[in-house]
Design a protein around this ligand. Sequence first.
Ligand code: SF4
Length: 379
Amino acid sequence: MAKEDLFVFSNMGTDNLNYINRRINIDLSMIKGKGRNSIRTITLRDICMQNEPITPELKAFLISIGSVSIDSSFIPRARGSTAGPGAGTGSVFFRAGEKRVRLSINKDSRLSILKVEGEGNVAIFHEGREIARGKLEPALAHCPEQAFITLCEKCIFDCKYCPVPKLQGHVKSEEEVLSIVDEVLKSGNLKAISLTSGVETSVEGEVERVLKLLPALKKYNVPIGVSVYPTAGCSRKFYEAGVSEVKYNVETMDCEIFKKVCGDLSLDYILDRLKEAVDAFGKNRVFSNLIIGLGESDSSVTEGIETLVKMRVIPILRPVNPHPLRVGDCFTERPSPERILKLAKIEAEMLRRYGLNPGLAKTMCLKCTGCDLVPFVDF
Ligand code: SF4
């Protein structure tokens, strides 16, 4: 048994070992000279998954690193990201089979993407060893297969992990928005339109901005997702205007951390708006980002997931994206692969219990899946 045939994380529990054992169909006792405990010391250096789809373990590993170095000539044409915590950084979308991962571009990353011969046309290498083979997807408007558009790239709030208030970017006109959607449509890749926005002057103003735009988007005949800071009653208005899904982000369910990093906002207020959203849109159509890596404990994440899922809101466990413009503004630590896997499994169990399925999403992040390990889609 070559060690390249194994894909086992260190520090994992028995459940995970059993899972991996089943998946690669080996008898752990066959591994010469290695007891069960020593298998846990095999690290990701030992991964060799050529021509395999992206397993949940591998995706957790890639997300945990979150970046890749790549020759700029390989990068498909893109407009660049102006949305949320990834704003202002370039990224690529790597796809293998049905699985996708987004990696921001960083010349110093431990991961690299190189051209290869044969199946797929690029591969991801970790410290010189190939760990996945696939292709790069074009992302004309933020992510593949969607026109995901940030209407207002400014924000009056000051969430401590988010670069948008520092960037104070552009506010798009209706003509600009429609020309982006037309560009994606022409490419043959328009499966959804997703809208997000910072806050230029008021929360009410952003809801109005979206409501004014929606009639012009009907002609594209694709599902529309909206992620804004919500107002009381806005969900019913969005629903009646033809929106399919909404995402209002709680960001963190740890009250103390929320006060520190999102001090201008109110967690209770967002939870009330999420409840209204489920009343308007029903289950499987309302989402909320829960950032992982702001210093919260696993038990607070678990409680947060349960609170949201009980409300029939699907949480998106989003690894924090430390941004150069936010160095020192708040604690941020990218979660380990083990933590990403553990929390995603906890989420999967709760979603199952409450009959929720992220795989049914038509728009925004749960349709894209690039940044997160998504239950029932990635595993
Ligand atoms: S998962 Fe969401 S934030 Fe990440 S690239 Fe996709 S659409 Fe953008």
